[in-house]
Design a protein around this ligand. Structure first.
Ligand code: GLN
Length: 454
C-alpha cells in the first residue's frame, strides 16, 4: 500500500482511483471485519476530496452514522464534524470508512463490538487487539493507508502492536476531543495508526493544536513535527527494567536485542523502574469506570440513537433502553463506576485513585527530568487467540504497560521491532515528556531506521 506521504503527491484523479481500489479491496476482504459501515456498498469515492483515512466509530463525521459499536447508538447520525476531522479535511485528507472497535472503546480485543469481531490480518485465529482493532487491522491488511483510533489506556498502541503497524498517541490535550465520544474524559485521546513513523507525524500534524471548543485542549504553541523530523539525534533513553522483566520470554528477548541496537547506535541508555503495574491497573479501572458511568448516563433513549419498544412508563423506557442497548462489558463498568462514586465508597476508592494518579505522574516526571525518552514494552505478549478464554480481570491485565501513560497524560508510540516464533509482531513503546512529541517522533524514526538496517 502506498504511504500517506506518497499520496500527498497524488492528483485528484489518482485519489479517486485509489479510493475505488480501496473500496473494492475492502469488499473482498470483508471477512477481516476492519470496517463496520455499510460504506462498502456505498460509493463514497468522490464524496469528499482528499487522501482517504479510516475513522474509528467513536469520532464524529458529519452525516455519517456514529455508533461506538454499540446497539444503543445505532441509527444515530452525526450532525457535525469532530474538530480533528474538520482539521483533517482542511489539510487534504478525507474520512473513508468506519473502523470497528470495542463497544465505547472498552476492551483490548475488539471482541466487544455489536458488529462482531475483527480478525488480526497477521493470523486470522488471533485478536487484532483493541479497542481500535478495526483501525489497526485496516492499516495492517492494506485496506487503509492510515487510520484514526482513540487511546484511553492503550487502545491505539496495543492494537498497533498486535497487528504490526505504528500506533501513536500524543499527550493529552494535543488533539481536540471535541466530537470524540467520551469514555473517560480525563484519559481519552485521539491517536493515529500508520504504516510508518513519518506518516504518523504527518497525520498528527494535520489534526493537532489548540481548539477553543474543547476546554481540555492544551493552550500552548504547536509546531508541526513532520518538517522537523530528525532520525539522527543521540538521546538519553530510560529503559524500564521492572516492566521488561515481567514481559513474556519472546517479547523480553526482542526488547533486550533492541536495547543493544540503541546502545550501539550511540544513545545513552539508563535503567529505571516504574511502580508495580498492579497499582496502575487499580487506579485506571477506578477512574475510567467512574468517568464512564457518568459519561454514559446520557444514553437514555431520549436524546441519542435507539429507544426500547417496551416503554410503558418513563422509568421503564430508560431501563429497557439501557438494558437492551449496552453490552456486558459496558454494563460491568457502569456498575463499577457507580459503586466507586457512591457516597459510602467515594473516599475509599475514587479519591484514593486520584491520589495514586498524582503519584504515578510524579514517577514519570522524575524519570523524564534527566531523560529524553522512556523505552518499554507495549504488551506482555503477542496477539492472543480468539479461543483464549479470559476473565474480565485477565483482559484488564492486557494493558499493564500502556495505561499509566494515559494516567500521566504523556505521549506514547508503539513501533514494530521483531517477530515471535509464530511470525506475530512484537513492538516496543517509547514515551515522551508531556507535549514533547517532536522528540518522541525523532526517537521513533531512529528506532524504525535501526530496526530496518539491522
Ligand atoms: N483496554 C482498556 C480498557 O478497556 C483501554 C481501552 C482504551 O484505551 N480505549 O479500558
Amino acid at each position: 500500500m502506498i504511504t500517506l506521504k506518497e499520496a500527498l503527491t497524488y492528483s485528484k484523479e489518482e485519489l479517486i482511483n485509489l479510493k475505488k481500489e480501496l473500496n473494492e479491496k475492502a469488499k473482498k476482504q470483508k471477512k477481516i471485519g476492519a470496517y463496520v459501515e455499510q460504506f462498502l456498498d456505498k460509493d463514497l469515492t468522490d464524496s469528499i476530496e482528499g487522501i482517504p483515512v479510516a475513522i474509528k466509530d467513536n469520532i464524529c463525521v458529519k452525516d455519517w452514522e456514529l455508533t461506538c459499536a454499540s446497539k444503543i447508538l445505532q441509527g444515530y447520525v452525526s450532525p457535525y464534524d469532530a474538530s480533528a476531522i474538520k482539521n483533517l479535511k482542511q489539510n487534504g485528507f478525507s474520512p473513508f470508512g468506519r473502523a470497528n472497535m470495542d463497544e465505547f472503546a472498552m476492551g483490548s480485543s475488539t471482541a466487544n463490538s455489536c458488529y462482531g469481531r475483527t480478525l488480526n490480518p497477521l493470523d486470522f485465529s488471533k485478536v487484532p487487539g483493541g479497542s481500535s482493532g478495526g483501525s489497526a487491522a485496516a492499516v495492517s491488511s492494506g485496506l487503509a493507508l492510515a487510520s484514526l483510533g482513540t487511546d484511553t489506556g492503550g487502545s491505539v498502541r496495543q492494537p498497533a502492536a498486535f497487528c504490526g503497524c505504528v500506533g501513536f498517541k500524543p499527550s493529552y490535550g494535543r488533539i481536540s476531543r471535541y466530537g470524540l465520544v467520551t469514555y473517560s474524559s480525563s484519559l481519552d485521546q485521539i491517536g493515529v495508526l500508520t504504516q510508518n513513523v513519518e506518516d504518523a507525524a504527518l497525520l498528527y500534524d494535520a489534526m493537532a493544536g489548540y481548539d477553543e471548543l474543547d476546554s481540555t485542549s492544551a493552550k500552548i504553541e504547536f509546531a508541526k513535527t513532520a518538517p522537523n523530523l530528525n532520525p539522527d539525534k543521540k538521546l538519553t533513553i530510560a529503559v524500564i527494567q521492572n516492566y521488561i522483566d515481567e514481559a513474556s520470554a519472546e517479547v523480553k528477548q526482542a526488547l533486550l536485542k533492541t536495547i543493544e541496537l540503541l546502545k550501539s547506535y550511540g544513545h545513552n541508555i539508563v535503567y529505571k523502574n516504574l511502580l508495580d503495574s498492579k497499582f496502575d491497573i487499580a487506579t485506571y479501572y477506578i477512574i475510567a469506570a467512574a468517568e464512564a458511568s457518568t459519561n454514559l448516563s446520557r444514553y437514555d433513549g431520549v436524546r441519542f440513537g435507539r429507544r426500547s419498544e417496551k416503554q410503558d412508563s418513563l422509568n421503564e423506557m430508560y431501563i429497557n433502553t439501557r438494558n437492551e442497548g449496552f453490552g456486558d462489558e459496558v454494563k460491568r463498568r457502569i456498575l463499577l463506576g457507580t459503586f466507586v462514586l457512591s457516597s459510602g465508597y467515594y473516599d475509599a476508592y475514587y479519591i484514593k485513585a486520584l491520589k495514586a494518579r498524582t503519584f504515578i505522574k510524579n514517577k514519570y516526571k522524575d524519570i523524564l527530568q534527566d531523560c529524553d525518552l522512556i523505552f518499554m514494552p507495549v504488551t506482555p505478549t503477542t496477539a492472543f487467540s480468539f479461543d483464549t478464554k479470559k476473565t474480565p480481570m485477565q483482559n484488564y491485565l492486557e494493558d499493564i504497560y500502556t495505561i499509566s501513560v494515559n494516567l500521566a497524560g504523556l505521549g506514547g508510540i508503539s513501533i514494530p521491532i521483531g517477530k515471535d516464533g509464530n511470525n506475530l509482531n512484537i513492538s516496543a513503546q517509547l514515551v515522551c515528556k508531556q507535549f514533547d512529541e517532536q522528540t518522541l517522533l525523532d526517537g521513533a524514526l531512529n528506532l524504525e531506521k535501526i530496526i530496518k538496517n539491522k
